[in-house]
Design a protein. Structure first.
Length: 150
């Protein structure tokens, strides 16, 4: 299964919101929050969707300003996980961060999500700290960083 990536638009929000709510049921972003993110695209944001055929099966977002960037979100629909789609979107976010001149990129990942942590490990992110009870259900977030000029 091959996914193609393209820039996210406001028209993609219904499909994206379904994946958002399915993936993050306890702390999903609101549609208004995602609209706000897209309003800042391309100035400080870069959001992409992953498509298999015509179906949106994932999305990812980047914040970049100055020499620093942050992975805002990455989600893949349950039926398309473990197919390399999340990694492809992460690679696109990293490339965009470099294009924008970022020297380092940060993210938070749920402490109870070893699959996502393994993806970030493979891409060279290192653990730099923990945000205690960061998520709505009280789960900790592991903070990670990757230097982009290395």
């Amino acid at each position: 299964m091959t996914a193609t990536l393209r820039q996210m638009t406001m028209d993609d929000l219904p499909a994206v919101m379904k994946i958002e709510r399915d993936t993050f049921p306890l702390d999903a972003w609101s549609e208004g929050m995602l609209r706000g993110e897209l309003d800042d695209q391309p100035r400080t944001r870069h959001y992409v969707v992953a498509l298999v055929g015509e179906e949106i099966v994932g999305y990812a977002g980047l914040f970049a300003a100055g020499d620093q960037a942050d992975v805002q979100t990455i989600a893949v629909s349950e039926t398309h996980r473990r197919a390399g789609i999340g990694g492809a979107m992460l690679a696109e976010l990293l490339a965009e961060a470099v294009r924008r001149g970022a020297q380092s990129i940060f993210l938070e990942v749920r402490a109870d999500n070893p699959e996502a942590q393994a993806v970030y490990d493979r891409f060279g992110f290192g653990r730099i700290g923990v945000r205690r009870r960061y998520y709505e259900d009280g789960t900790d977030a592991i903070m990670m960083k990757k230097d982009l000029n290395a």
